[in-house]
Design a protein around this ligand. Structure first.
Ligand code: COA
Length: 318
């Protein structure tokens, strides 16, 4: 279903800045990543989105394609970022069908709330594997194409690049590891790894023209975590917003705009950076979510409930 442009892109960008460009995005059927890709497609790009769920990924690809007449958006389901072979094949298919890869968004992530006591080694490993190994596999699978695109789209910062920009990667991370957050050990450790990976890509591939940056979204309306908070009632939302310097939750459009900035010519000299888009919220401390008051919840030894996929019965897994 076509979504109004105002929901995923502000008015400040020229419509054709990503003409003839291809974006490859893992986790592309998710709330945030689909908005990022939709914005790039609106501005001229074709896209290949990947996900584990076949139906969801294919449906989202068709939906994103409505953002621009003539857009080509491939939806590759049954691709797990933890599988390096599958990632390599997905990148090859993207290049065969769309002609190359100019931009990469490493967006696939695993997330659930659980204290360490409720977190098995395999649960910890699952999130590490999806976030850290998955992002690494994404880099390995797409780097040859990114290098090619970077070489073809060099910029000196003075004259606008004739054929636009290319050879850029964005990792979607988080802010919870800056100060640490209860119930999010696995995600905090994983996202710290993702940030380090992005910096390493910048250092090693920057001399060949690649830019590698992180976008760290804060509380964004419509995402799984924020929906969970909404279910706890209006009071929970108000309390969450009161803790944010900008006074409100963000929108997926604000993450999409940051993406356009980093991939477009305005972001050409931004490399190895972390762009936090959170209304200043990490500065005032993170809340794990309504109903999990710190430290009372941890001291109560209760199990986290109401979370999709919850497995723990009692805090005895430690
Ligand atoms: N609390 C505690 N442990 C949990 C859990 C929860 N809420 N959900 C899953 N686990 C554990 C499982 O029990 C299992 O550990 P075990 O083998 O010791 O029992 C381990 O995590 C792996 O679970 P499984 O469902 O087999 O893994 P998966 O690879 O299919 O799924 C997850 C990965 C766990 C990250 C799952 O939440 C997921 O698929 N998430 C993707 C969607 C998502 O997170 N979106 C938000 C993006 S920010």
């Amino acid at each position: 279903m076509p979504i109004p442009k105002s929901e995923y892109l502000s008015e400040v960008w020229k419509d054709d800045i990503f003409n003839n460009k291809v974006v490859f995005c893992t986790g592309g059927a998710g709330t945030i990543c689909s908005a990022q890709v939709r914005a790039l497609v609106h501005l001229g790009a074709d896209a290949c989105i990947l996900g584990r769920n076949v139906e969801k990924t294919e449906r989202m690809a068709q939906d994103i394609a409505t953002a621009r007449k003539g857009a080509r958006v491939l939806g590759l389901g049954a691709v797990d970022v933890r599988d390096a072979g599958a990632m390599g094949k997905a990148a090859e298919r993207c290049v065969q069908e769309l002609g190359g890869i100019d931009f990469v968004i490493a967006g696939a992530a695993g997330n659930f709330l659980a204290p360490i006591a409720q977190l098995s080694p395999n649960a910890f490993k699952s999130v590490m594997d999806i976030d850290v190994l998955g992002s690494y596999n994404t880099v390995k699978a797409t780097l040859p194409y990114l290098l090619k695109s970077a070489a073809a789209h060099k910029t000196d910062g003075k004259t606008p690049p004739k054929d636009g920009t290319g050879g850029r990667i964005i990792f979607v991370s988080a802010t919870i590891h800056y100060a640490g957050a209860p119930l999010q050990t696995h995600v905090s450790v994983a996202k710290a790894g993702v940030d380090a990976l992005s910096a390493a890509v910048c250092i090693e591939q920057g001399p060949r023209g690649v830019t590698s940056n992180v976008i760290a979204p804060g509380p964004i309306a419509g995402t799984e975590g924020m929906e969970r908070l909404l279910k706890s009632g209006e009071e929970a939302r108000k309390a969450s917003e009161a803790n944010i310097p900008s006074g409100r939750w963000g929108t997926v459009r604000e993450i999409a705009d940051a993406t356009v900035y980093l991939f477009g010519d305005a972001g050409s000299y931004v490399n190895g950076e972390i762009l936090v888009v959170d209304g200043g919220s990490w500065h005032t401390g993170m809340q794990p979510g309504a109903g999990f008051k710190y430290p009372d919840f941890l001291l109560s030894d209760e199990v986290v409930t109401g979370v999709k996929g919850v497995k723990g019965e009692k805090q005895s897994k430690l």
